[in-house]
Ligand binder design. Sequence first.
Ligand code: ADP
Length: 342
Amino acid sequence: MKRKDTPKEENSLDLVRSLRPRKFSEMIGRVKEIKNLGIMLEAAEKRGEALDHILFYGPPGLGKTTLANVVSNELEVEMHVTSGPAIERQGDLVSILTNISKRGILFIDEIHRLHRSIEEILYSAMEDKVIDIIIGKGPSARTLRLDLEDFSLIGATTRIGLLSSPLRSRFGASFRLDYYSSEELATMVMHAAKSLQVRIDQSGAREIAKRSRGTARTAIQHLKRVRDYVQVLNKQGITKSIVEKVLEMHEIDNLGLDYIDRRILDLIVKDFEGGPVGLSTISAALSEEVETIADVYEPYLIQAGFLKRTPRGRMATQKAFKHMGYSRRKAVSQAKLFCRHS
Ligand code: ADP
């Protein structure tokens, strides 16, 4: 398979790519998605057509890019890789689209961040495989129609709600990627350890999985940090107690919550008596982007039962109070004390 990436992406992604599954058979979990994609791929191949446009959505690190890569490998077609914010002008997208070969794939990561005027070019490109370019201005302006090859668009987004409905409706299939189970993550860790040539026992892999917030990327990052530690200290391999020690050094607690997760919970539990608190208030208090909290932190905290989304804002659950070491009443009185003294 041929690929077209910028040289910068090529360098920084080298190691990540070596850990990325290349075929459906190398992927862990995602059984339902693989089955449906497999049928779509086989049907498209039988008809000699490009695959229908596909959208992958869900929190970061759950395999959207990996699945796009696997699809292009399985079809043995060229894949152009870009992202919403990287396409600044209409001309950028026109030049990418006119360069796609027959049955090739265009992968747009963070597709929700495409500028509306650029997004509009995609409508006719996806539906009729043509693009209309306006040349000139005023009364002398003309429209030039360019024919495109039969291609497939694979979009990936963490924020499906921000996708305009005309764009969303042009995808033939949408796949929501959920968090991985602990068993799936432990298997991924065992596989990745083999590629990284580090020994790990089952209980070590399970401990990494347990602290990885259901996220493949996090599990691999944790594994790499623990590998650093065992290599520097010349340990034989990774065990549960080593994982506990290293992840605690990195402020990852026994449920996998990191420093920012805990600051979010602490803020809501302690300073706001459990909430409700608006996202912008949380973002301002923590000096973190609203998008980062909404895309990266909040979805897991909600799914793990620490936060509740209500019309008036985010609220901490009893589980959050307990995890942060407060009973509800104690937290309230502490917060009042805090207000009186500040
Ligand atoms: P996303 O595009 O959703 O942010 P990625 O596709 O970049 O996530 O996945 C993050 C990392 O997790 C990659 O290094 C990939 O190798 C690994 N990964 C994700 N899903 C799987 C899977 N099902 N099997 C094996 N590895 C996976």
